[in-house]
Design a protein around this ligand. Structure first.
Ligand code: SAH
Length: 345
């Protein structure tokens, strides 16, 4: 069946039912701007067309199975189930100042196996479809609508490697920015990657105003390889060429997760400073979200603050991040793992 995110089929339905473009706009507004349910949105269409839409278009493809609201900050973790019974996670973030954001998943599990990542422990199952990627946003919007909120930022930092599911991620991103649908401005969409040069280049050429985030985590090849096996295939030198090309379109975000004794020493600082020198980047120093069985420890806050101050003194734009939703199993993939284990017992 066609999904509500398949723009060509929607246009075909519109023409077949001779619906005026302005009526279609009301329908799309009801669904994506005002986050109404399917029945209410259908009510905006001419009566004769409703059954054709109802029988021919799948409105929802994920089932919301769990919601965990943080007691300490504005985060809500959501677990969705796919039609083939896989679980994925999304996180709605409500910062005190700033826009409501969502962190979404692009795959079931992940094939990158980063040593610090909970999702990596699950292995890779499959790519999410364009509809499954977008349904996370639609359903979250409906959930927060009673709070008078709408999602204004979308970040691909949930489960999976978005640039290894490039076709579905690109078509989802097209839908997020399209005026009749979510109408998000490009600068409010962030795609985060382990660093796949050709795909990163394709991303910045196709969407030059969107935000690209690179999970760098170390500027030392041997350290990075230990943390992120993908780094063997895509060495730092090659990634730097991509960063140079990408930064012609704007700032690239650099994610640097700080792990005690792994990438937080003097030599790590010096390598990072040298690697990023001359590039217009924004560095995010992120704390480690621990999870059972992770065997790693985050760098203490004081040391992270010092690392941040030194990078600033070297002229870089730096944000020292605090973890959000720490009371609701913040490490991405952790809730799903827990739930899957429960299902097996
Ligand atoms: N695959 C993409 C996006 C998903 S992960 C990527 O690697 O960028 C989103 C971010 O969370 C990445 O920067 C990732 O390195 C980081 N991350 C993964 N596990 C983490 C953990 N346990 N604590 C803190 N950050 C983590």
């Amino acid at each position: 069946m066609n999904t509500i995110y398949d723009t060509e089929s929607l246009e075909e339905f519109r023409r077949r039912n001779a619906i005026q473009p302005h009526r279609m706009k009301l329908f799309y507004n009801a669904l994506f701007k005002h986050s109404k349910g399917w029945n209410e949105a259908l009510g905006t269409l001419p009566e004769a067309a409703r059954s054709d839409f109802e029988t021919g278009i799948q409105f929802q493809c994920l089932e919301l199975v769990e919601r965990h609201d943080s007691e300490v900050d504005g985060a809500s973790k959501l677990i969705f189930k796919t039609h083939d019974h896989h679980l994925i996670e999304s996180v709605v973030l409500r910062p005190k100042t700033g826009r409501t954001s969502i962190c979404i998943s692009s795959q079931v599990g992940c094939a990158c196996y980063c040593s610090f990542c909970a999702t990596g422990k699950m292995g890779f199952t499959r790519n999410l479809t364009q509809a499954e990627i977008l349904d996370q946003v639609t359903q979250s919007n409906r959930m927060i609508q009673p709070e008078g909120r709408t999602i204004r930022n979308v970040v691909f930092m949930g489960m999976g490697e978005p640039l290894l599911n490039i076709d579905h991620v690109f078509s989802a991103v097209e839908f997020l920015r399209a005026a009749p649908f979510f109408n998000l401005s490009d600068s409010r969409i962030t795609v985060s990657t382990v660093g796949i040069p050709k795909a990163m280049e394709r991303f910045v050429e196709t969407f030059p105003k969107m935000q690209l985030a690179l999970s760098l985590h170390s500027a030392r090849q041997e350290v990075r390889q230990r943390m992120m096996p993908q780094a063997r295939t895509f060495p730092l030198e090659r990634i730097r060429e991509t960063l140079v090309a990408a930064s012609r379109h704007g700032k690239v975000m650099i994610e640097y997760l700080m792990l005690a004794g792994v990438n937080d020493r003097e030599e790590d600082f010096l390598a990072l400073e040298k690697y990023l020198k001359g590039l217009p980047v924004h560095i995010n120093l992120i704390p480690f979200n621990e999870y059972p069985g992770s065997n790693l420890q985050g760098t203490p806050l004081e040391q992270r603050a010092e690392f941040s101050a030194r990078l600033k003194a070297a002229g870089f734009d730096v944000t020292l991040r605090y973890s959000m939703g720490s009371d609701i199993a913040a490490a991405c993939g952790q809730l799903v793992q827990h739930k899957q284990k429960e299902a097996l017992l």
